[in-house]
Design a protein around this ligand. Structure first.
Ligand SMILES: Nc1ncnc2c1ncn2[C@@H]1O[C@H](COP(=O)(O)OP(=O)(O)OP(=O)(O)O)[C@@H](O)[C@H]1O
Length: 261
C-alpha cells in the first residue's frame, strides 16, 4: 500500500496590520495525489491562505507536510517543495518567457539541463511557441499560462494555484485542468482557488468553502456545492444540476437582504 504524504494546516492566522484576515483556521487534511478547490466570495481570504501556505505572507499556526515542518525549511528547500502561482504575474520585467521559466527553476536541475527542462514545461502547457516573447508583450491568458509554467517548473510536491483559469478560453481551461489532474496523479498535492464552481465540481476531489476568513464547509463537490451553501455564503439562489456524474451551478437571483427590523 502506498502511504500518501499529507498537508496538515492547523490554527492558521494571518493579519494585515491590526486586522486578522484569517483567524485560527484548520483545514481538512490535503493528501498528495489529490486536487482541492478553495472557493468562497471575494475577500473571503482564499489568496491569503495560499500565500500563507507558500510563506509569502507572515502567518502563525502549524504547517506540516508528512513529517516536514514547512516553517523550518531553508528558502532553497522551500522553493523545491512548493510551487506557487499568484493571481497575477508582476508586470515590468524584460525577461522572455523561457528566461522566466529558467529563473523559476534555478538550482532545481543541473545547469546544462535548465533550458531543456524549461522547454519541456512550456511544451507541456502547449506554449512553447511563446518561448522568445517578452513577458510584457503577452495577452492576459498567455501570461497566466506562463505563470503556471513557472509554478510547475521544479515539479513541486505542493502546488498552490490562485485562480489558474480566470483569463483562459474554454479550450485552455480544459487543458490546464487536465494538466492539474496529471500533476496530482504524478504525486503533487494541489490546492487551487477557483471562482467557477462548476469547474471545481468537475475537477476537484475535495472542496473547501471559505466565508469571511472562516471555514464554512469541506467535502466532496457533491456534498458541499448545494443551494443552501450558495445562499448562505454567496447570497445567491442557485440551481445545482447534476448531469451524469457532473455538477453544474446555475445562479438565478440574489438572496434579498435580511430585514433588520
Ligand atoms: N496586502 C494586504 N493588505 C491589507 N489587507 C489585505 C491585503 N491583502 C488582502 N487583504 C484583505 O484580506 C482579506 C482577504 O483577502 P484575499 O485577497 O485573501 O481574499 P480572496 O478570497 O482571495 O478574494 P478574491 O476572490 O477577491 O481574490 C480582504 O478583506 C482583503 O481586503
Amino acid at each position: 500500500m502506498t502511504v500518501h504524504e499529507q498537508l496538515v494546516v492547523t490554527a492558521l492566522s494571518v493579519s494585515y496590520g491590526r486586522r486578522k484576515a484569517i483567524d485560527g483556521l484548520s483545514l481538512a487534511t490535503i493528501r498528495a495525489g489529490t486536487v482541492t478547490a478553495l472557493v468562497g466570495p471575494n475577500g473571503a481570504g482564499k489568496s491569503t491562505i495560499l500565500k500563507a501556505l507558500a510563506q509569502i505572507v507572515p502567518s502563525t499556526g502549524a504547517l506540516l507536510f508528512g513529517s516536514t515542518n514547512l516553517r523550518l525549511l531553508k528558502p532553497r528547500e522551500r522553493a523545491g517543495l512548493i510551487g506557487f502561482m499568484p493571481q497575477a504575474l508582476p508586470q515590468g520585467t524584460e525577461l522572455t518567457v523561457i528566461e522566466s521559466v529558467i529563473v523559476a527553476m534555478q538550482g532545481a536541475v543541473s545547469k546544462g539541463g535548465l533550458e531543456r527542462q524549461a522547454v519541456a514545461v512550456l511544451q507541456r502547457l502547449n506554449i512553447v511557441q511563446l518561448s522568445l516573447s517578452s513577458l510584457d508583450q503577452l495577452s492576459g491568458g498567455e501570461r497566466q499560462l506562463v505563470s503556471l509554467a513557472q509554478a510547475i517548473a521544479r515539479s513541486p510536491r505542493l502546488l498552490f494555484l490562485d485562480e489558474p483559469t480566470s483569463a483562459l478560453d474554454l479550450a485552455r481551461q480544459l487543458q490546464v485542468m487536465q494538466q492539474v489532474r496529471a500533476l496530482a496523479e504524478e504525486g503533487a498535492a494541489v490546492i487551487m482557488v477557483l471562482h467557477d464552481l462548476s469547474l471545481a465540481a468537475r475537477w476537484a476531489d475535495q472542496v473547501i468553502v471559505l466565508d469571511r476568513g472562516r471555514l464554512y464547509a469541506t467535502g466532496s463537490p457533491q456534498d458541499v456545492l448545494t443551494p443552501a451553501m450558495l445562499a448562505d455564503v454567496y447570497g445567491v439562489h442557485a440551481r445545482v444540476e447534476r448531469i451524469g456524474d457532473q455538477v453544474v451551478v446555475l445562479p438565478e437571483s440574489a438572496v434579498p437582504p435580511r430585514s433588520t427590523v
